[in-house]
Design a binder for this molecule. Sequence first.
Ligand code: FCB
Length: 441
Amino acid sequence: MIARMATNPLPQFPPGFLWGVSTSAHQIEGAVQERDPSVWDAFTAEPGRVKDGSTAAVACDHYHRYPEDVALLADLGVDAYRFSVSWPRVNSPGGLDFYDRLVDALCAAGVRPIPTLFHWDLPLELDWLNRDTAERFAEYAAVVAGRLGDRVRKWITLNEPAEHTLLGHALGAHAPGRRLLFDALPVAHHQLLAHGLAVRALRAAGADDIGIANSHGPTWAASRRPEDVEAADFYDLLLNRLFADPLLLGRYPDGVGELMPGHPEGVEADLKVIAEPLDWYGINYYQPTRVGAPQGTEIEFGGLTLPAELPFSVRELEGYPVTDFGWAVVPEALTELLVGFRERYGDRLPPVVITENGCSYEGIDDQERIAFLDGHVRALHRASEQGVDVRGYFVWSLLDNFEWAEGYARRFGLVHVDYDTLERTPKASFVWLRDALRARG
Ligand code: FCB
């Protein structure tokens, strides 16, 4: 590995580029008895929801072991750490104290704290079908900023509102487990509104470095037949444009605004809030999706069961290696995605940060993960060479953790976690990244 580093250092990005790692509260903290319940606690308690029957009750016990995890971050030598603040914990007595301690520890270790205010663990009493949840989110954002804003510069409002809408409310694979299909669209609108209101609340609290972490990926039509192209375009709308257009252009894609609550005047007014200017735009990238016309049958895809009535079908991406999760490894699609964003949004696209990218592989000598990260960092660099203003790259994830409906079966960490002893063991990929960051000087 050392020899490899000598000949193959990380590509050079412009000054100020941030190297980091990401986690989320529900996936690592544990200590669920020490906070209010979230929709994820209720969901995992329902039999059959999480594949291995596990819960996040202990997870990595990061809540109690955060000093050890901050020491790992310091050893890794990352510039920044993206974590999420648990809204139900903040609602609990003393809950904010934990994030206060965490932020202090990060600052003392020279690692910049970047909190995400919502990474899917909604307080159990709230519901994104209600518009009021957006207002409540802005109040909560103000509380967190009031406490941490003296040490936190960079903020993320929401993580992947697309996945939370699709998996949590349209397909029922994530909390809160609803299968509303297209009736889930208000959930998208209310999260976007929550984002815009939170941007205003954060700015009022003095924040001037605000972004969002959206999941995006290229959609590839299964063939050039018009029905496949049309289906792929529709899928692209759902994953990419439905969330990026309102934020960056202040409008919904054609035909979507009519389906949103409050149409027409209410939606127009909300779009002005949603499109509050951002300081940067976070993208979580994992893989492209190959999509064709509906096939009239249920489809198993990435651990999901997609119902037959959807107006598209997801097809296998042939000819690429896959991770242990079955996700295709296609670094060049990251370049394509970013260059495509630049073409579509032009000057409306703020600087981009890759807020998540990573892969699930077993084992501590994880050479596949090293190859994955190396390939994606190079793909990001090619986008930068082609004029996309990229400002950071965050690996998902620091630790193996509770991978939502997959439970503990998927290991995304640079650090292995033994779930019996909670012992942390840096993997080969951790050593690779640490040495590469050191070699950067
Ligand atoms: C993303 C989520 C993150 C993690 C990775 C693998 O969609 O934001 O929490 O589960 O996928």
